[in-house]
Design a binder for this molecule. Structure first.
Ligand code: PGA
Length: 254
């Protein structure tokens, strides 16, 4: 199955507005000069930067913009929050849902995440749904159950055609921002497991179509080995997406 290759850069709470504009311009210029192959690049800046960045990348077929989160309602009295439809109207085409930092610091659970996925789809955004185990779950061997639950509880209410519009990111929490990366074999094992879960929940066609990204300390040195695995369709990159040269080198390695 020839699935689309995708590299997303999650800037988290980094970069001033001016720094964000520069980083975006540097990345798009380098891509124009250095990358020929078909890869979808998604820049995921803080909300404030989305509109301006979407204007900057308008002419690029390869680069799109995403949001790092959205609320579980489309509008209302939720001070400080941003909805999926607002992200879309500001120029985003993607939204990360269920990142481990949202799960950990904002106590986001799968029932809420399922609603966010629904609203993202209704708003015309592609959700990037994150799953992954913490260190203790990896060490105890419970990680298959954890990931199965994260998939089942958030996705079971959707149809196969809806799930075909979602991207999944496997991000072992112990590998995020720690410099510890899953080995290509460890990551492949989980990606293949996720595909088999999607097959049993939905269909084999759906499981073969759905892009599954790896995230957790991806850098220019380890990216090629990870991306060479049959079920790894790209990466969700945090720290290494904040420097244009590092990020573009990761993109080139796919
Ligand atoms: P990292 O972050 O690449 O800095 O480990 C990945 C992520 O949190 O998406």
């Amino acid at each position: 199955m020839n699935r689309q290759k995708i590299i997303a850069g999650n800037w988290k709470m980094n970069k001033s507005f001016e720094e964000g504009l520069s980083l975006c311009s540097e990345v798009t210029n380098m891509l124009d000069d250095e990358v020929n192959g078909e890869v979808q690049v998604i820049l995921v800046p803080p909300f404030l930067h989305i509109h301006a960045l979407s204007q900057l990348v308008k002419k690029s077929k390869r680069v799109s913009i995403g949001g790092q989160n959205c609320h579980y309602k489309q509008s209302g009295a939720f001070t400080g929050e941003v909805s999926a439809s607002m992200l879309k109207s500001a120029g985003a085409d993607y939204v990360i849902i269920g990142h481990s930092e949202r799960r950990e610091y904002f106590n986001e659970k799968e029932d809420i995440l399922a609603i966010k996925i629904q609203l993202a789809l209704e708003s015309g955004l592609t959700p990037i749904y994150c799953v992954g185990e913490i260190k203790a779950e990896r060490e105890s061997g419970d990680f298959y159950d954890v990931i199965r639950k994260q998939l089942n509880s958030a996705l079971a209410g959707f149809s196969a055609s809806e799930v075909s519009q979602i991207i999944i990111a496997y991000e072992p929490v112990w590998a995020i921002g720690t410099g510890l990366t899953a080995t290509p074999e460890q990551a492949q094992e989980i990606h293949s497991f996720i595909r088999s879960e999607i097959e049993s929940l939905f269909s084999s066609v759906c499981s073969q179509q759905i892009p599954i990204l790896y995230g957790g300390s991806v850098n220019a040195n380890n990216a090629a080995a990870l991306f060479s695995m049959p079920d790894i369709d790209g990466g969700l990159v945090g720290g290494a997406s904040l420097k244009s040269r590092d990020f573009v080198n990761i993109i080139k390695s796919i």
